[in-house]
Design a protein around this ligand. Structure first.
Ligand SMILES: [Zn+2]
Length: 357
């Protein structure tokens, strides 16, 4: 497998070898590789996204092993990571293209170096991007997350995330997705242009480390779901011209849905902060109520009463003072007023080396 630091010969060779043969493949001036499939609305409904670079320290080839359905580095490997982030996303996009699934597919350049390809594309071609109501990155650890917040901003509405969780479960009942805050991937760059910008878990764990793994069986289950996903059923509600700032501390534990570190005097997101075990329990039961058992329990998904009661019961846990402080310092405000904050927040997170995706 290729170890592919951004722009390295291995990154470019990997692109030539695996993306070059795709039907109708093009490369934009920012080195993003793009494939469009389907006619009219079909091609313009969803922008599917991944990135071809990895965080390997050195470019080249590495040996990986497969045990059951799990891929990892071979024992004693000197490599710095597996690179499933985001090779799994690349694989999924390639398979969807080969299966003829309509949509627009963007293999981004330089995500791990700060969203080089996506930020350049957002700057140079906003009119081209405006046609898409939805951008879905396949670049998230774990198996459950539909990302609603990136770089401290809301990038997708709860209505969209809920509808995607339901649609994925209907497409493949073994999947269990629910809304979650995230940190950053390429689709964050499109949040001022495209209404619903998210990132989906693709099954890798321990990204950016020697212990990184990829789950082949999970990737196959997700592929089956995405192949038949009813993208027309997805709700589009967010106004991309309004920056909805709901800052949250970024040191999420990606895989248990809990906040790892609450030492920091920062506001928390409105709905998806897991402050306590009780909160997590409620969230689990909400998942069961809302997204599982589509056949005979589909009507229950529409049932909002329990949801409302659950949120009401959590009032005591809300950090009222923090939220009030947040309300004073951050408002829902026109994107233009807040635009300058976004890069600064993002750079800060990179400097502190927080985990991305
Ligand atoms: Zn990634």
């Amino acid at each position: 497998m290729y170890a592919r630091p951004h722009g390295s010969p291995a990154d470019l060779e990997f692109r030539r070898r695996y993306l070059g043969p795709l039907p109708g493949v093009t490369e934009d001036r920012h080195k993003n590789v793009i494939v469009r499939q389907g006619q009219g609305d079909d091609a313009n409904r969803v922008l599917w996204s991944c990135h071809t670079d990895t965080v390997h320290h050195h470019a080249g080839r590495q040996t990986i092993i497969r045990t059951g359905d799990t891929y990892r580095l071979a024992n004693g490997s000197k490599s710095s990571c597996l690179g499933a982030d985001d090779t799994v996303g690349v694989w999924l996009l390639v398979q969807l293209i080969r299966r003829g699934v309509p949509g627009t597919y963007v293999f981004h350049y330089g995500e791990e170096s700060g969203g080089i390809g996506s930020s350049a594309l957002a700057k140079s071609d906003p009119v081209w991007l405006e046609r898409f109501p939805i951008a879905i990155a396949l670049d998230r650890a774990g198996q459950h997350d539909i990302i609603t917040h990136q770089s401290c901003f809301r990038t997708a509405s709860d209505a969209f995330a809920d509808s995607l969780a339901v649609a994925l479960g209907q497409a493949n009942p073994v999947l269990r997705y629910s809304p979650s805050p995230g940190v950053y991937t390429d689709t964050a760059e499109y949040a001022d242009i495209i209404p619903e910008c998210t990132n989906l878990s693709v099954g890798y764990l321990g990204q950016h480390s020697k212990d990184e793994t990829a789950d082949y069986a999970f990737a196959c289950q997700l592929l089956e779901a995405l192949t038949v996903l009813d993208v027309r059923a997805l709700k589009v509600e967010r106004d991309p011209t309004v920056a909805d700032v709901e800052p949250f501390w970024s040191s999420w534990d990606d895989h248990t849905w809990r906040l790892k570190d609450d030492d920091h005097d920062l506001p928390l997101p409105r709905k998806h902060a897991y402050l306590t075990d009780e909160y997590a329990e409620v969230q689990d039961s909400l998942w069961l109520d809302r997204y599982s058992g589509y056949g005979d329990r589909y009507d229950q998904i529409q049932e909002e009463d329990r949801l409302e009661r659950a949120w009401a019961s959590l009032k005591d846990y809300r950090l009222t003072s923090l939220r009030e402080a947040a309300a004073r310092s951050y408002h829902t405000a026109p994107a233009t007023r807040l635009k300058k904050r976004r890069p600064a927040l993002f750079r800060g997170s990179r400097l502190l080396n927080w985990r991305t995706h």
